[in-house]
Ligand binder design. Structure first.
Ligand code: PRP
Length: 179
């Protein structure tokens, strides 16, 4: 079986989007250094590009790990927190959660529930991609990159069965072709 990858978003468009998001964050935070929290694994490439495009100094970078998909293309509906952040890193801080994609919204809801319990000064969401068609819980996106259709996507950090994260562009993953 061979996965068929169809180009959806080019690395040039991704780069332009990252710059726009960084500018918007710079505009809002100015000299108020945020704590940036990336959601592993999918956001690691976006996070690295985003923080290097930002001019606002960052107070600290933290990483959390959530997992919802398992190995399939459909969200399991249950989000588990596999790596948490120290509460002291969040308390009283201006926090930006960085996601690669908001799909059902369950991952962001879980992250906001946990981070919110650590009493941040403020808590905002930045996502590269938004797939609103499959939303199960309402999510307010403060910094939104690109809205995409209800297709399974890979590349730029996003995987299918742990493959394809390294691709610089984003593709839709089409139904496997029988070999
Ligand atoms: C993906 C993606 C988001 C989340 C979005 O992570 O990276 O974190 O799902 O989906 P949702 O809005 O339906 O919750 P995944 O659970 O696949 O883990 P990974 O990032 O480690 O690949």
């Amino acid at each position: 079986m061979t996965d068929r990858l169809v180009p959806l978003i080019s690395q040039q468009t991704i780069a332009e989007t990252v710059k726009r998001l960084a500018r918007d964050i710079d505009r809002d935070y100015g000299d108020r250094p945020p704590v940036v929290v990336g959601v592993l694994k999918g956001s690691f490439i976006f996070l690295a590009d985003l923080i290097r495009a930002m001019q606002t100094p960052i107070k600290r970078v933290e990483l959390i790990k959530l997992s919802s998909y398992g190995s399939g293309t459909v969200s399991s509906g249950t989000v588990s927190m596999q790596l948490d952040v120290p509460a002291e890193a969040i308390a009283g801080q201006d926090v930006i959660l960085v996601e690669d994609i908001v799909d059902t919204g369950l991952s962001v809801a879980k992250a906001f529930q946990v981070l919110g319990s650590y009493s941040p000064q403020s808590l905002k969401l930045c996502t590269l991609l938004d797939k609103p068609d499959r939303r199960k819980v309402p999510v307010t996106i403060d910094y939104c990159g690109i809205t995409i259709p209800d297709r399974f996507i890979v590349g730029y950090g996003i995987d299918f069965g742990e493959q394809y994260r390294q691709l610089p562009d984003i593709y839709t993953l089409e139904r496997p072709i029988e070999a």
